[in-house]
Design a protein. Sequence first.
Length: 85
Amino acid sequence: MAAAIRKAAKKRKIAITVKAASESQLDARINEIDYLLIGPHLSYMLNDLQEQTKDKKVQAAVIPQAVYGTLNGEKALDLILKMED
């Protein structure tokens, strides 16, 4: 998914850094991120992640299944851009 988002951003000439990481890496990377996208299979974690990141001003969202399942980088990038508003 991260590679698909990077490809979509490059196509649109949007400067963005996208990295994939596991849940266990969140604490180590929390100060490096602005947006946290999680797969739909982890949607049960969203409330806990939002609570964990609220003091860091990190916005968290679940990638919709239709986007995640098709690795649609364009739609995932749109989700990130909507989070910026």
